[in-house]
Design a binder for this molecule. Structure first.
Ligand code: RFL
Length: 400
């Protein structure tokens, strides 16, 4: 256990999961004087080293800044406002920071954000229990639901809060506590698989780069001055072991057309993981006294880098509902939680889905595949030449 423990019996909100969703929510509740506990399955070192997202939207930075949670990202984050598309026809750059609403991304690795949020929560006297998996969530339609968890020494912990926030991600227990008949789950398998790579190498170009290639998509994204994220589309079922460093760099150079646009800065591959592009949305994202936040509420493919940003947005909306509910019994905002979040979640899903279609053409020489690849080229051409299309892209690319 870390921080000053809130006596379990006086806990008002139990937060399952210490990812971006749970930690932003915990910090916002703590600042408003709400007695809450964050219960996390993994160790502190694990969550502080888990590399995932990096592109923070302007609205995410606003939430973090307004709540005194942005010191690290304002100091070390890099501003990014341009992306490049590479095709057989050449390369075009979109300076999205000067398009749409004129917003840029702040690039700050998710694990650094998590580290900052953990430190702040503990500094504010928060109760954060690592290596303490939630094992059960029951009684959600009563005034006092029950959350059970297992402490690191194996002892069972029983908490009886007023509300439960399910911030435990896509494989968490919270979404399984919603009975099947109480929510509809909309799912889509986009049929695309990425090999997500982290290279110990500086970025190879100033912009995010999306390479559309007949052998599959390749992507390049900055993280820190020494670490760069790359993506390679690979056949479904492939294993990371099929991709030794030499094969990775040869394929990236081929798809990024390094012979035409300049070589990539190579370095050891630190992490390679297979990501099947799936999305799902639960509706509603509330059941009784349980509120789902972030990936627990809906999974979004990483094609448009929206997941962590949606998590922060929903955490803010939930905090704004929980505080009046607990302080004055005013549950108006809280009852609108699902209705407030879902339209934004669906807009992000729509843009993410559009990005998947933009970046991946079907392989093969059959009529269908050739037709769909021609549509993909037409979409890219529209994006290259139409200012209105570019404004729409920019607004959705950085916005939530
Ligand atoms: P998290 O971060 O998964 O945190 C959930 C936490 O809950 C814990 N947990 C439990 N704790 C207690 N009891 C249990 N029974 C528990 N079961 C699970 C877990 O250990 C974990 O600590 O969910 P959260 O907070 O909703 O945040 C979501 C984001 O992490 C996710 O959407 C993003 O990482 C997605 N994503 C990206 N999002 C962006 O906005 N921008 C990006 O550039 C971006 N790039 C990415 C990504 C995701 C990726 N992967 C790995 C799919 C790149 C990749 C490769």
């Amino acid at each position: 256990m870390s921080g000053t423990a809130v006596p379990a019996e006086s806990t008002e909100v139990v937060i399952a999961g210490a990812g971006p969703a749970g930690l932003v929510l915990g910090n916002l509740l703590l600042a408003a004087g709400v007695r809450c506990i964050i219960v996390e399955r993994q160790s502190r070192a694990h969550v502080e080293e888990r590399a995932r997202a990096g592109f923070l939207a302007a609205n995410t930075v606003r939430v973090l800044t307004e709540n005194g949670l942005a010191d690290g990202l304002l100091k070390d984050g890099q501003q990014h406002d341009t992306c490049a598309f590479r095709t057989d026809a050449g390369e075009f750059l979109l300076n999205y920071g000067s398009l749409g609403r004129g917003e840029a991304h702040t690039v700050y690795p998710q694990q650094h954000l998590v580290r900052d949020l953990v430190a702040e929560f503990l500094a504010r006297g928060g109760d954060l229990r690592f290596e303490t998996p939630v094992t059960g969530i029951t009684g959600l339609t009563t005034d006092r639901p029950e959350v059970t968890a297992q402490s690191p020494d194996g002892a069972a912990i029983r908490l009886r809060p007023r509300f439960v926030a399910g911030c435990d991600g896509r494989h968490g227990i919270a979404r399984t506590a919603v009975p099947a008949e109480a929510a509809r789950r909309y799912r889509r398998d986009h049929g695309v698989t990425w090999l997500a790579l982290l290279a110990a190498a500086p970025q190879s170009m100033a912009a995010v780069a999306y390479a559309v290639h007949e052998d599959g998509f390749a992507g390049h994204m900055a993280r820190t001055p020494d670490i760069t994220r790359y993506y390679l589309q690979v056949p479904r079922g492939e294993s990371p072991a099929d991709w030794p460093d030499t094969r990775v760099w040869a394929e990236l150079a081929h798809r990024m057309r390094a012979d035409r646009h300049g070589p990539l800065h190579e370095g050891p591959i630190l992490e390679r993981r297979i990501v099947d592009m799936n999305s799902d949305v639960l509706d509603p994202i509330q059941y009784g006294r349980l509120f789902l936040v972030g990936d627990a509420a809906g999974l979004i493919s990483p094609a448009a880098a929206k997941g962590a940003n949606l998590a922060v947005m929903a955490a803010e909306i939930l905090a704004e509902g929980l505080v009046p509910a607990l302080r004055s019994g005013d549950e108006q905002r809280l009852t609108r939680y699902s209705a407030d979040c879902l339209p934004r979640i669906w807009r992000a899903q729509e843009f993410s889905h559009w990005m998947i279609d933009l970046l991946h053409g079907p392989a093969g020489t059959g009529d269908d595949a050739v037709f769909l690849r021609a549509l993909q080229q037409a979409r890219l051409e529209s994006l290259r030449t139409s200012r209105r299309h570019q404004d729409h892209f920019a607004e959705n690319y950085v916005g939530i």
